[in-house]
Design a binder for this molecule. Structure first.
Ligand code: NAD
Length: 461
């Protein structure tokens, strides 16, 4: 992996700040040009981006395109379409006491922002925040994950070729480089990664009073009611869980199923896995591999935490793990303690919806929650009695797709949100501007106050 010398880092941040201070990122024209260039990067370099994702994660082309390159193009297009409206001052009402004047919220860029990406969607999760950072008129410094070195090197090569290199920079590296970066003053830090590192980022940003967005992980539950379309539920759970071999922050982490449906659900999911990945999933071209040996070992160790219903096979050489479903898992087992982040799915029976809800509520607030139920009232009850960053009813993962749904966590799964307009807002300061005419100047507010209070009381109602 190539890295950026830590001594160069503060120099790089200073150059970005100097570029921001010239004001060149503010005009809409600059923002549009950058966004178009980012879409151009995705389109023209599609083959190299997909190759890099295959090299680092064995991503099937379909998954690499839909969840990374194609997703980014969609975000750029949506942003370009709405940017003028988003940047217009937003008029709000003005009370009589402020006669005669106008009130509006202006969006202004924050300045120089730092975006730190993880390895599981190494291109999308680094560049989707950049879409909003550019749209809002900021300079940005990108830090790709060192765990996916091919993608990191490719981004470092391509970004300066397509985007304004004075305003967008890439720093490659791991802990030492990120530590050095976090010692600098930024105007916003956008971090996607683990809760553990999220704490480090938050603490470092606090020294500069820098606002942060933390897109973290956690254990996203999937609840299956007794009255449910089992075949559809099985397909949608298996798809969401084993997409990118389970290395997805919003993948269903575990399933809580009504005991009367446990057997039937396990059977439907086992059949679905075979239909999706064939009789030997280790050979399937549609299943990604595990990112590295450390995660491979961590995941294979989970096999011992329950009875293997399906899967349970792995190949250390190719870092592949077959989609694996476990039953008979204790809530205290290691697999139920940490975010799984791989193709292992524990299924736990519950006796009632109350028990399922209490199980979720007793744990840190997850990034996503999924509920499968025919009865809308059951789904509504789960939604209203639990808290999660986002949720789907009768589906998994798909709430990330509509660009107008802000995506983010709550509690331990993070704070702040992005996608579509939310990304633009994340990187904008909402400046309240009151603009008053000088033609009328009510004397009421000025001393001496004698006699004024009764009129003010009347005006305030
Ligand atoms: P990670 O926290 O290990 O690394 C993320 C980034 O932080 C990397 O760029 C890494 O270089 C940097 N980093 C690592 N250690 C650091 C340290 N000590 N100081 C400063 N920087 C450091 O996370 P990961 O393993 O790349 O990603 C997996 C995690 O990310 C999972 O928990 C997953 O749920 C979460 N995630 C969340 C989202 C989301 O949108 N909420 C998306 C993807 C992944």
């Amino acid at each position: 992996m190539s890295t950026t010398a830590t001594t160069d880092i503060s120099q790089q941040v200073s150059s970005l700040r100097a570029a921001f201070d010239t004001g060149r990122t503010r005009p809409l024209a600059w923002r549009r040009t950058q966004l178009r260039a980012l879409a151009e990067l995705c389109r023209r370099e599609e083959a190299r981006l997909l190759d890099a994702l295959r090299a680092d994660l064995g991503k099937p082309e379909f998954e690499a395109y839909t969840a990374e390159v194609g997703f980014l193009v969609g975000e750029v297009q949506h942003t370009l379409k709405h940017l003028r409206r988003w940047t217009r001052p937003e008029k709000v009402s003005t009370p009589l006491l402020n006669f005669k004047g106008r009130s509006a919220v202006h969006r202004e860029p924050l300045g120089v922002v730092l975006i730190i990406g993880p390895w599981n969607y190494p291109i999308q999760l680094l560049l989707a925040p950049l879409v909003g950072a550019l749209a809002a008129g900021n300079c940005a410094l990108l830090k790709p994950s060192e765990v996916t070195p091919t993608c990191s090197a490719l981004i470092a090569e391509l970004v300066p070729n397509y985007l304004d290199a004075d305003c967008v920079a890439v720093v490659e590296g791991g802990v030492p480089e990120t530590t050095e970066l976090l010692a600098q003053r930024f105007d916003s830090v956008f971090f996607t990664g683990s809760t553990r590192v999220g704490r480090i980022v938050y603490e470092a940003a606090a020294k500069h009073l820098t606002p942060v967005t933390l897109e973290l992980g956690g254990k996203s539950p999937c609840i299956v009611d007794r009255d449910v379309d089992l075949e559809v539920a099985a397909r949608r759970i298996v798809w969401g869980k084993f997409f990118n071999a389970g290395q997805t922050c919003v993948a269903p982490d575990y399933v809580l199923v009504d005991r009367v449906q446990e057997e039937a659900l396990l059977d439907a999911m086992s059949r679905t896995i075979e239909a999706f990945y064939g009789s030997d999933p280790l050979e399937s071209p549609d299943l990604a591999r595990i990112v590295n040996e450390r995660h491979f070992e961590r995941l294979v160790a989970f096999f011992a935490d329950g009875d293997v219903v399906v899967g349970g096979r792995s190949d250390r050489e190719s870092l592949r793990i077959a989609p694996t479903i476990l039953r008979g898992v204790s809530p205290d087992a290691p697999v139920m303690g940490e975010e799984i982040f791989g193709p292992v799915l524990p299924v736990l029976p519950v006796d009632s919806m109350r028990e399922a809800i209490d199980f979720v509520r007793a744990r840190p607030k997850p990034l996503a929650l999924y509920v499968f139920a025919r009865d809308r009232a059951v789904a509504d009850r789960v939604l209203s009695e639990t808290s999660s960053g986002g949720a789907c009813v009768n589906d998994t993962v798909s709430h990330l797709v509509p660009p107008d749904l802000p995506f983010g966590g709550v509690g331990a799964s993070g704070f702040g949100a992005y996608h579509g307009r939310a990304t633009f807002e994340t990187f904008s300061h909402r400046k309240s501007v009151f603009d008053r005419s000088t033609r009328v100047d009510l004397r009421l507010r000025y001393p001496p106050y004698e006699g004024a209070l009764k009129w003010v009381k009347k005006l305030l109602g």
